[in-house]
Write a protein that binds this ligand. Sequence first.
Ligand code: ASP
Length: 318
Amino acid sequence: MNASSPVLVIHGGAGTIAPSRSVAEELVYHAALADILTAGAACLEAGGSALDAVGIAVDLLEECPLFNAGHGAVFTSAGTHELDAAVMDGATLRAGAVAAVTRVRRPGRAARAIMEAGEHVLLAGPGAEAFARHQGLEMVEPDFFSTEARRAQLVQAQATGRIALDHDGASPPLDEARKFGTVGAVALDRHGHLAALTSTGGMTNKRPGRIGDSPLIGAGTYADDRTAAVSCTGTGEAFMRIAAAHDVCARMAYGGRSLEDAARAVVEGALPSVGGRGGLIAVDAAGRIAMPFNTEGMYRGHVRMGEPPATAIFGQAR
Ligand code: ASP
């Protein structure tokens, strides 16, 4: 393995394993993750930037109804969708984010447009939508994001009075009432630059107006060429309270920890200490990767140039 060659890592959320899963159900997820990794890898292979590679990966994850972002996003308690996303460029520390948008088809692209405009880092609600429309990004009717599977999750969550992670629950292959289906991507390109992008529908049955960790720079998303690019998934409030994504980078920068050590310390130590569940994906400037989680599973995968994509759902976190 060449540790410094370009690499792309993606996640599709973390959560609880449902007791009985067929191999066929799991294969659907593996195939979706592998296809998305292949598309992102083609970008890196052609000399594309880490920013472009994470953009391609998240575009596809958002469009895939298996994951809680874009089409297939979870419902709020009001039966609506409010989407959050953030992107960060490790080379320049530029960042962009949107929160609580309801009509932007690809929130990850809106985050990127805010970053490129350079004026603000985070836009929320109608202001974010006006900006996206002005940028020429595709807008959709709010029900574009709805799927029957997510509506069933809302009904189930409301029946039990819970605010649930997307992958914590009832249908394949993680427990849909207790899973976090946020999507994310981190990459290292051939120029040694890092980028991170996270996009989510949030948590099933969340209160309208609730904003999670994903669009908050330092909480759910962070990238710095000097340390790592990080994208998180899980109970957002806990990730916010420990500034999880930045904490990984801080442990590396100030504590001299390796990526693997820093990522594990956050996911296995800091996060559970505030009651947090979930995981993260990360890559450092040498191309080392970490994908720890403290739930039963996390949809994840990575690809290095010249190697086939590798995907996993359960098993040993790495
Ligand atoms: N972290 C996301 C949020 O709290 C949820 C998830 O990861 O699925 O909005």
